[in-house]
Design a protein around this ligand. Sequence first.
Ligand SMILES: *Cc1c(COP(=O)(O)O)cnc(C)c1O
Length: 427
Amino acid sequence: MIFENTLTFAQQQDSQDILADYRQKFYHPVIKGKEVLYFTGNSLGLQPKAAKEYVNAELDDWARWGVEGHFHATNPWVSYHEILTPASAMIVGAKESEVVCMNSLTTNLHLLFVSFYRPTQQRFKIISEAKMFPSDRYLLETQVQHHGFKPEDAIIEVAPRKGEHLIREEDILAAITEHGDELALVFFGGVNYFTGQLFDMKKLTDAAHQVGAIAGFDLAHAAGNVPLNLHDWNVDFAAWCTYKYLNGSAGNVGAIFVHERHGENTELQRFGGWWGHNKERRFLMENHFEPMKGAEGWQLSNAPVMGMAILRSSLDIFQAVGMEKLRAKSIKLTAYLEFVFNQVVEKFSDINLEIITPEAPEERGCQLSVKLVGIDKSFFQALTEAGVIADFREPDVIRLAPTPLYNSFEDVYRFGQTLSHLLETWK
Ligand SMILES: *Cc1c(COP(=O)(O)O)cnc(C)c1O
């Protein structure tokens, strides 16, 4: 596809975009009287306009029924979380029995580690990516300490080679082989939050299994962004949040995947709670925890219905669109951003802004990470003041995520114009 950095071209692309109408289904922030260019769907997705209606329905039922709403609400709360399962399973490529929405991301990862990180003196190491999202790193450190190991012995970080920004797959595979006998777990972000690098989860899973280790993924930046096929890839477990690409609202409920072969194993160690207990006997208030089969057997508490109602308003949109169409637009929109960005930046030879995200579509989602070289953080602030909502990650990266559900080609074109004006006046 030949791109052009013109308004006419961008508008033409929007008029041919079969997902263009979805833009209107979200509220776009207006700051200082102007609709912003919102490129932070990777951090907090926009609010679906239908969210209020979904929440109001539950508030009305609460007013009407009180506690009886658990069974008599239009969508009985006792099983409300089940409504979210089909779309969640579709988004990550899982069977419905392998997925459940519950708790939040870091909490869920700790719970999954109870089942899937069971180190022995011989096999205790975890291979992960260097520069993980801090919460994941703290998870790893405290988990290995909990089992009596030292982070410096147990956590093997695979880093980019000197002078490079991305992690080479061959280096991950080599590390898995090297630590084979001592390896308990391969734990990666499906898409790295910092660089936007998408890892081949099937390959990493196969490699982990080959040496007798478990493979788990944090899909915070992958769910709703890139196609996933967790069941067929044989991934052991995964967890994600729903407030990024899934537009679930700040801090809302997260979700987990547990592969069927583990979900069927009710002997697997876990921490129990009544919502994970045999559904038929849940209200008999008996002793002796008897986990449900499938991912639901990891639930602890009854479901937070109000938050789930918001999430439902977004997942309904995902289900209507499907990941295939979303991905097709995403590939094109991100390539357009890359093109426009490079066109603009090329003209300023004394300023160095470099995209560090992989160029190949199969190695990235929609996010592009731009490294600032010889230009400080105030440039990012100026971008914000000019009406571009992106985000800055220390020490020197601006992340831009054109989100296919609600960003347009015109957004990208306008971003290019803003960037160009800003660079002209810079210094
Ligand atoms: C956003 C994000 C988190 C946040 O974790 P919470 O428990 O939801 O606060 C964790 N890990 C990664 C990789 C993330 O991108």
